[in-house]
Design a binder for this molecule. Structure first.
Ligand code: PLP
Length: 353
């Protein structure tokens, strides 16, 4: 067994998934289990399936392709690329869209493959990532998409708290209800899905906090890491299904302030140091190309992260009660962003427990 590695506790992920799926189903909300944190790894995706999610969703078509043998429908979360249209039709069943020109290309490819591709039209309620903002443009997109031959307009959706940090509320989500009714009138067809956002919308659960017309949420970090709005822990869920272990390669006593004239560090920043005298320091073999040090926190409260360069993580271990030796692993919790980058680093082993 080598380091660095992420230990992934499948039992905890299954527990979180079952628990969230149960709460959502009680509120008549279906769950799209979002697999991007673990790159669509089929082993973890299978745990989502076992935990009861209604479909699998990822932002990357490459990840959905890895899950092609799992028995649920697959949703593409990122606005589709023109250059990937044939893979999108091959490996996904439904996509979040905002550009009719791309939907037309999807329709053509779907028709060529004798398929009907489902789409959810994304509306921007103010967070300013994906989705159509202007009313007139929403109507026009609906008009164009509903006339496309091999496309089924399944519903509308939104995404919040991603770029602008705009929180989901009953007020902003109630726009989706108004739009649903108005679009159904426009097309004469029912909209089956109202996709009310990501894990941050869980802050409105349980019902009646969540507006009753919302019948789908796209959930990733809540199932995997037990966190919701503002990355805050969700009560009753495990936050430690993913932990990182890195190996100590040096332990030495050194001054806390560098010796010599100070210029810029490896990343062009002017470093600042507090003089605390001589301290016992450890180096772990992991670095910024795997995970940023600010996204890590040591399990052992006595160790403090000092910083990192591309391949070295530096810690002050003077106050630890552990008897650390070279070759020992140190364990860390990760933020969502940190976990995402370490999970996609080919240098970090993934170990399932
Ligand atoms: C990543 C993503 C999600 C899932 O977000 P979580 O906060 O992990 O639940 C939902 N919708 C879209 C469009 C996404 O890109």
């Amino acid at each position: 067994m080598t380091y660095p590695r992420i230990n992934i506790d499948l039992f905890k992920i299954k527990y979180n998934t079952e628990s969230m799926v149960q709460q959502c189903h009680q509120a008549n909300v279906q769950v799209a289990g979002v697999t991007k944190l673990f790159g669509g790894n089929p082993k973890i995706a299978q745990i989502f399936v076992d935990g009861g999610v209604d479909m699998l969703a990822d932002s990357r078509i490459e990840n959905l392709a890895k899950m092609k043998d799992l028995p649920l429908s697959k949703m593409l979360l990122r606005i589709p690329m023109m250059s990937q249209v044939s893979d999108i039709i091959a490996y996904s069943d439904i996509g979040l869209v905002s550009e009719p020109v791309t939907v037309q290309a999807l329709s053509n490819e779907a028709q060529r493959c004798n398929k009907v591709y489902k789409v959810i039209l994304m509306l921007d309620l103010g967070d300013l990532r994906e989705g159509i903002f202007h009313e007139g443009e929403i109507r026009q997109a609906v008009d164009e998409i509903s006339r496309m031959k091999s496309i089924s307009l399944e519903g509308i959706g939104t995404n919040l708290t991603c770029y602008g940090g705009v929180k989901p509320t009953r007020e902003n989500l109630s726009c989706l209800k108004t739009w649903k009714e108005s679009i159904e009138k426009q097309t004469g067809q029912p909209l089956r899905v109202i996709s009310g956002g990501n894990g941050s919308t869980l802050s409105l659960l349980p019902a009646p906090g969540i507006p009753p017309h919302i019948n789908q949420l796209r959930l990733g970090s809540s199932l995997t890491m037990g966190i919701g709005l503002n990355d805050e822990p969700i009560k009753g869920l495990y936050q430690d299904a993913f932990t990182l272990e890195a190996e100590v390669v040096e332990i030495r006593e050194k001054p806390s302030k560098p010796v010599g004239e100070i210029g810029l560090d490896a990343f062009g920043n002017q470093p600042m140091f507090e003089d605390k005298g001589f301290r016992r320091r450890a180096i772990c073999a992991i670095g910024r190309q795997d995970i940023k040090p600010e996204h890590l926190s040591p399990l052992d409260h006595g160790s403090k992260i000092l910083g990192a360069s591309s391949d070295h993580l530096l810690l002050d271990i003077t106050d630890t009660l552990q008897d650390l030796k070279v070759g020992d692993p140190l364990t860390f919790y990760m933020t969502y962003g940190g976990c995402l980058s370490a999970m996609t680093s080919p240098y970090v082993q993934k170990y399932y427990v």
